[in-house]
Design a protein around this ligand. Structure first.
Ligand code: HEC
Ligand code: HEC
Length: 132
C-alpha cells in the first residue's frame, strides 16, 4: 500500500498541472504559460499600483477583449517596463530589488504624480534635454 501511494504522486502532480495551466485567449506580452493564480495575482497588484479596479482596463466579463483602450495602453506599459528591466537595469548591483514596476511610476494613481524640482529658476528641471 505504501508503494502504491508513491506511485500515485506523479499521476496526481500531472493531473493538477493540467488544471492549473490556463488557456489564455489574448495574452500577447505576458508569458502564455502563466497559471491562473499567477496571472490573477499580477492583475491584482497592477490594479493596486494604479488605484483602479479590473473594469478600468477590461470590458468585464470578457477579459480577453481589447475594446477598452486603457488595456491597450497598459499592454504598451508592460512592454516598456520589460524593456527598462531587461535592457537597462539588468546586471546592475541590486537589480533584483530595483526592478521597475507599474507602482514605481504610478504610485497608486491612474496618472503618475507630477514631481517638480524646485530649482529657484522659473524653468522646472524635470526632463533631460534632447540632443538637437
Ligand atoms: C491597468 C490595466 C489592467 C487592469 C486594471 C487589469 N488588467 Fe487584466 N489585463 C490587462 C492587459 C494589458 C492584459 C493582456 C496582457 C497581455 O497581452 O500579455 C490583461 C489580461 C488579463 C486576462 C487574460 C485574458 C485572456 O484570456 O486573454 C485576465 C483573465 C485578466 N487580465 C484579469 C484581470 C483581473 C481579474 C483584474 C482585476 C483584479 C484585471 N485583469 C485588471 C490589463 C489590466
Ligand atoms: C516609467 C514610468 C511608468 C511605468 C513603469 C508605468 N507607467 Fe503607466 N504611465 C506612465 C506615464 C508617464 C503615463 C502618462 C500619464 C498621462 O497621460 O499623463 C502613463 C499612463 C498609463 C495609463 C493611461 C492612464 C490614463 O490616464 O489614461 C495606463 C492604463 C498605464 N499607464 C498603465 C500602466 C501599467 C499597467 C504599468 C505596469 C505594467 C505601467 N503603466 C507602468 C508612466 C509609467
Amino acid at each position: 500500500m505504501r508503494a502504491m501511494r508513491w506511485l500515485m504522486v506523479p499521476i496526481l502532480v500531472s493531473a493538477m498541472g493540467g488544471v492549473a495551466a490556463a488557456e489564455w485567449k489574448n495574452v500577447q506580452v505576458l508569458p502564455k504559460t502563466m497559471s491562473k493564480d499567477e496571472l490573477k495575482a499580477l492583475m491584482k497588484a497592477q490594479s493596486k499600483a494604479l488605484g483602479v479596479e479590473c473594469d478600468y482596463c477590461h470590458d468585464v466579463p470578457d477579459m480577453a477583449s481589447d475594446k477598452n483602450e486603457k488595456k491597450l495602453i497598459a499592454r504598451k506599459m508592460m512592454q516598456m517596463q520589460n524593456e527598462i528591466n531587461e535592457k537597462w537595469i539588468k546586471g546592475w548591483k541590486g537589480a533584483d530589488k530595483a526592478k521597475v514596476s507599474c507602482g514605481t511610476c504610478h504610485q497608486g494613481h491612474e496618472e503618475p504624480p507630477k514631481f517638480t524640482v524646485q530649482t529657484g529658476s522659473d524653468k522646472p528641471q524635470t526632463t533631460t534635454p534632447e540632443k538637437k
